[in-house]
Design a protein around this ligand. Sequence first.
Ligand SMILES: NC(=O)C1=CN([C@@H]2O[C@H](COP(=O)(O)OP(=O)(O)OC[C@H]3O[C@@H](n4cnc5c(N)ncnc54)[C@H](OP(=O)(O)O)[C@@H]3O)[C@@H](O)[C@H]2O)C=CC1
Ligand SMILES: CCCCCCCCCCCCCCCC(=O)[C@@H](N)CO
Length: 277
Amino acid sequence: MGFTNHFDARGKSVIVAGGSKGLGQELALQLVARGADVTVLARSLPSLKETKRLMEQHLLVPGQTVDCQSLDLTDKAAVVEYISSLDEPPWALVCVAGGTAEEIGFLADISPDAISSCMTKNYVSSAYIAQAVLKRWVTPTSEQKSNRVDSRHLVFTASTAALVSVPGYAAYAPTKAAIRSLADILRQEVLMYQSVPPIKVHCSFPGTIYTESFFQEQQAKPHLCKQIEGTLDDKGGMTAKEVARLTLQGLDRGQFFITPDFQTRLLLNNMRGPSPQ
Ligand SMILES: NC(=O)C1=CN([C@@H]2O[C@H](COP(=O)(O)OP(=O)(O)OC[C@H]3O[C@@H](n4cnc5c(N)ncnc54)[C@H](OP(=O)(O)O)[C@@H]3O)[C@@H](O)[C@H]2O)C=CC1
Ligand SMILES: CCCCCCCCCCCCCCCC(=O)[C@@H](N)CO
């Protein structure tokens, strides 16, 4: 029995939305190392340029290309304009932008603005670009109609916080539950488009990742939140490299629901209940 790789990125174009730092940057580098043509999107130019430089060091095959583009994923007009400007839509879109460094805290302690900004930076930043890419995928060009094109992939990044409700993540956890809900709905909607190559939807649920944002978030995180999630003394996490590797492994296996760590897999199964998969 052979192993089928459900996510063979070699020679394919991939957009990593939120790919200039942390988990997104690691995903971009590992995708380049697998031979994909990767474009990373983020707002700040210096980290985009640095990521492009790092990507160039991971190139695998002759002719492979890497690129970066400054884009605010929460600006719907800019997102639509950028995706419309592409000659071809990407083979895969990986949505990673988000975090909660500025909005961490109990609901009674944070500002009303934290509620909306957290939803915008996590949910809206993924939903706009996912919609723009989907619209292009479901409008096939004549070229795509005649050539068989491999399945396309839409990858969302939620969090363990979407599955377990930890005080301190009042602004953040609902945004990740929203991403999970969007992924669940899209997984069904894409089944309607039988005239185009199949679209596969995936959603990953990482636990703590040691990124710049995580350490920033730790500064303002309530002690109780750290106790429950196991991040006292900044412990209890995984490196972005490891989480990226396990995320790609989940995609290789064709998983819809990707859980990089064991605890999150237990939580997922607890939530799913004893019903068969
Ligand atoms: N770190 C952790 O412990 C965990 C993180 N996650 C999730 O993983 C994802 C990545 O987290 P992490 O690596 O820590 O995040 P980082 O803050 O390190 O990186 C976020 C990336 O997204 C970009 N970005 C943010 N906002 C926008 C925007 N409006 N438009 C375009 N790009 C944007 C940033 O670049 P720029 O600011 O220049 O735009 C950066 O490249 C997030 O969705 C987070 O919620 C899930 C579980 C745990
Ligand atoms: C059977 C298993 C028992 C499980 C016990 C409950 C454990 C709760 C773990 C919650 C971890 C939440 C991490 C979210 C990190 C995140 O998304 C932010 N840091 C983003 O920046």
